[in-house]
Design a protein around this ligand. Structure first.
Ligand code: FE
Length: 215
């Protein structure tokens, strides 16, 4: 008997220089363990849309785990070692997070990547992330490794200026995306969430787990 192979990823997307995309980096059971880890983190450090300096709020809801967490408020963007919303330290990395990021980094140009922060973004259908660079970390020689859970999304990668042309490609639950080296400072964002495409029970929307070396 032949086993049916589902064409989940389609043709390889035409990726910008230096962006490493690993479709299906994590199996269904690994994704489910990560989702359980996310729920443990959000129980201790609830997701919230963060204020921005301009007076608005982020479209995605956010929280963090690890030694440091990314934060935005009227004072601007920065990493903080305690959650300003609760006054408590951020939750530790769940074991499933450590296993997943180690597995992905092992087969990358950064096998010794040791993240100290994971920003968890939650995108409901309709949420997006405008083009930005990740530039609040101390050492830009360290990559940012993203794991996708839940709904499919259109990811945008541009150039080193906000106005540069962007390329879009679809990212799915279980995919990993790495921006480091030549691609570390590329503008990037999330344009669209495909509602109802999440393969994970209990996940309605998209979580991105973005592992950083912040401090
Ligand atoms: Fe980013």
């Amino acid at each position: 008997m032949h086993q049916t192979t589902l064409a989940l990823t389609g043709p390889a997307p035409d990726l910008p220089e230096g962006v490493i995309f690993r479709p299906n980096a994590l199996a269904a059971n690994e994704q489910q363990e990560l989702a359980e880890g996310v729920f443990a983190v959000t129980a201790a450090a609830p997701l919230a849309r963060l204020r921005t300096k301009g007076g608005g709020a982020t479209s995605a809801a956010m929280t963090n785990c690890g030694q440091a967490g990314w934060w935005s408020d009227a004072k601007g963007y920065r990493y903080v070692t305690a959650n300003p919303a609760t006054g408590q330290s951020w939750p530790l990395f769940p074991e499933s997070f450590l296993r997943a990021v180690r597995k992905i980094a092992a087969d990358s140009p950064w096998p010794d990547f040791a993240p100290d922060a994971c920003l968890i973004n939650f995108y409901e259908p309709g949420a997006k992330m405008g083009l930005h660079q990740d530039r609040d970390e101390k050492d830009f020689a360290q990559p940012i490794i993203t794991i996708c859970l839940g709904d499919d999304a259109d990811f945008l990668v541009g150039g080193f200026a906000r106005t540069d042309k962007t390329k879009a490609f679809v990212i799915h639950s279980g995919d990993a995306l790495m921006m480091g080296g030549a691609s570390r400072m590329l503008f990037h964002g999330v344009r669209k969430i495909y509602a109802g495409t999440s393969p994970l029970p209990g996940v309605n929307g998209r979580f991105s787990l973005t592992f950083r070396r912040a401090l």
